[in-house]
Design a protein. Structure first.
Length: 186
């Protein structure tokens, strides 16, 4: 019971915590745990403290990097893109994931994915913003339960639709999804 009495005090203190200025990341993100993932790289000669090694993979050289989340919009580290779109070909959600990691499941706006070559053991969960947390192991494998469907003529974020494969599958609640992700080497 003593522990419960402290909760209102803690909530009050949290409400008084200063808000970081616009454009500045909150301290919690700065102290987020680092995960080892592999990504395509924009320049294999570039030196970046996040990169710990380079690995020869099926599609060429990829970088093993230690990052707090999926680096969306990063000029150097390039995640694999996964797009959920509707029957009108409008984008519903867009996620980044590590190179060659299996897509395990989708729940709401969360994408669950497995480990990438040379990276930390999964599974992981990511949001459209690229936030990453370690997830509980899942028995599901979304890719194994997907059917290939024709892709739209274009989807934002994919410069070459010839490398994109589209699928119809279901999320963890059993709702139908249309997904697109690059299935070929750039």
């Amino acid at each position: 019971m003593r522990h419960l009495a402290a909760l209102p005090l803690l909530a009050g203190l949290a409400a008084c915590a200063p808000t970081p200025p616009a454009g500045e990341a909150p301290a919690a993100k700065a102290n987020a745990p680092l995960h080892a993932f592999t990504f395509f790289v924009g320049d294999v000669e570039a030196r970046d403290p996040r990169i710990t090694d380079f690995i020869q993979a099926d599609c060429g050289v990829v970088a093993l990097a230690r990052v707090p989340g999926i680096p969306l919009g990063d000029a150097l580290l390039r995640p694999d893109l996964v797009v959920q779109y509707d029957e009108n070909d409008a984008v519903v959600h867009r996620w980044g994931k590590s190179y060659s990691s299996e897509i395990l499941a989708i729940a709401g706006d969360q994408l669950f994915f497995g480990a990438s070559p040379g990276g930390d053991a999964g599974p992981f969960r990511t949001s459209p913003a690229g936030d990453v947390t370690v997830a509980v192991p899942l028995a599901a494998n979304l890719e194994a339960n997907s059917s290939v469907i024709p892709c739209p003529a274009a989807l934002p974020g994919f410069p070459d639709m010839a490398l994109v494969t589209c699928y119809e599958t279901t999320d963890m609640a059993g709702r139908k999804l249309r997904l697109a992700w690059e299935a070929g080497c750039p």
